[in-house]
Design a protein around this ligand. Structure first.
Ligand SMILES: NC(=O)c1ccc[n+]([C@@H]2O[C@H](COP(=O)([O-])OP(=O)(O)OC[C@H]3O[C@@H](n4cnc5c(N)ncnc54)[C@H](O)[C@@H]3O)[C@@H](O)[C@H]2O)c1
Ligand SMILES: [Fe+2]
Length: 385
């Protein structure tokens, strides 16, 4: 077995209605003081942040609600949010998707430092910031269980992952009731992002017994639940399965790591602002199919973990890997996610720069089980049609 290390939040609450525990959870982090409730406009409209503000206020905290985090924020967006904060918070409660949770990780560390986000990326995270409670409202990024924060560097047209053990959240609340109203389009793209985390970590060079266990279980939960949650947003069992699977996806990232799908996805987000889950969905089948020859046994294992292979066993790794790829292809189609570069707004003639940018994402490509050359990467982009 290969050695591994993993960090995780020190307490996780999972289940419908767990949002009500937030005041008591915050008490375990700070007995009093100013609590920053961080969110974004879309999530604010669901009413969840204001409920939490009220609940924290009723037990004596001073609360500041900031819901100005934009989707997939840039370093400048985060600097703007940081500059607008009033008073020094004793804790941050982040309520939102990956964008809000990643912003919270950065703001927690920047608090009182006087650094910009770019400086943080350049100098590295100097230590733990103020404590954080993460409350995901998408079942996607798994940011609540990763040590990563992803930010856009608009001048470089690149999304960059800042990774530090100091980013690991302190407390996590997974309440499936909060995602009942997530619109189908967002359910689809964020759910496929979670699936990519699980499968990419499963085939990663850094895959290990712990990440494998969570990846198998996460894929088993997610593949059947995602279309159900897409079709009927109020299916609490399906929502619960997707939320837990997304957490497992993040936990896999924390000890293994994503690979070529995410590496090729970042330039699509960085240059053409394709939403993270959408670009991953477009790349999922092309990337895995392209590498199938070398990773068929692993893909076959995933197919078996999900239950795609009948009780009598399959007809060999190659065929079992095909079963997985076919069902992922059907999934992306069923979820109606656009998958051609044209539909994603990528102009003809962009392949050379996309290829160069993706080839530079060494943090992820170095985990990939297949060594991808520039030509390989270009060919994969050509498959995204
Ligand atoms: N830290 C990590 O480990 C990690 C991993 C993968 C991706 N990411 C990053 O996370 C970001 C994407 O996060 P995301 O996919 O969760 O989307 P997001 O946070 O950008 O949210 C997308 C949209 O969904 C809306 N929304 C969220 N929850 C909602 C709800 N319950 N009801 C209605 N609307 C809701 C938001 O208002 C927003 O407009 C990207 O920047 C990506 O790079 C981080
Ligand atoms: Fe992701």
């Amino acid at each position: 077995m290969i050695p591994f290390s993993i960090a995780s939040p020190s307490r996780l609450e999972f289940g419908p209605g767990k949002l009500a525990l937030v005041p008591s959870i915050v008490k375990t982090l700070t007995p009093s003081g100013l609590v920053l409730v961080l969110s974004d406009k879309g999530v604010s409209q669901t009413g969840t942040p204001s409920k939490v503000v009220e609940a924290l206020g009723s037990v004596g905290y001073t609360v500041s609600l900031v819901d100005s985090v934009p989707p997939e924020p840039s370093i400048h967006d985060l600097d703007r949010v940081a500059a607008g904060l009033k008073g020094s918070a004793a804790a941050i409660v982040a309520i939102g998707g990956g964008s809000v949770m990643d912003a919270a990780k950065i703001l927690a560390v920047l608090a009182g430092k006087g650094w910009s986000t770019a400086e943080l990326a350049e100098r590295g995270v100097p230590g733990r910031g103020i404590p954080t409670v993460m409350i995901p409202t998408t079942a996607g990024t798994g940011s609540e269980s990763t040590p990563n924060a992803i930010v856009l560097f608009p001048e470089k047209n690149l999304k960059v992952g800042i990774v530090s053990p100091y980013f690991m959240p302190d407390r996590v609340v997974l309440d499936p009731e909060l995602i009942l109203g997530l619109p189908p389009k967002l359910t689809a793209s964020t759910g496929v992002d979670a699936f990519c985390h699980l499968l990419e970590c499963f085939i990663s060079k850094k895959a290990n017994p712990m990440s494998d266990m969570m990846a198998r279980e996460g894929m088993r939960l997610l593949l059947p639940a995602l279309p159900l949650a897409y079709k009927n947003g109020s299916d609490i069992e399906a929502r619960s399965a997707t939320l837990l699977a997304a957490y497992y996806g993040g936990a896999c990232i924390a000890s293994s790591g994503t690979t070529a799908i995410h590496a090729l996805s970042y330039p699509l987000g960085g240059t053409y602002r394709v939403p993270h889950g959408v670009s991953n969905a477009a790349l999922l089948v092309p990337v895995m199919s392209y590498q199938k020859k070398k990773i068929a046994p692993r893909l076959a294992e995933a197919a078996r973990a999900i239950g795609l292979v009948g009780a009598g066993g399959g007809s060999g790794a190659d065929e079992e890997a095909d079963l997985l790829l076919q069902s992922l292809d059907s999934l992306v189609k069923e979820l109606k996610i656009p998958t051609s570069l044209k539909d994603l707004g990528v102009p003809d003639g962009a392949l050379a720069s996309l290829t160069e940018a993706a080839y530079g994402v060494r943090r992820l490509l170095d985990n990939n089980p297949v060594d991808l050359s520039r030509e390989d990467i270009r060919t994969i982009y050509e498959l995204v049609k």
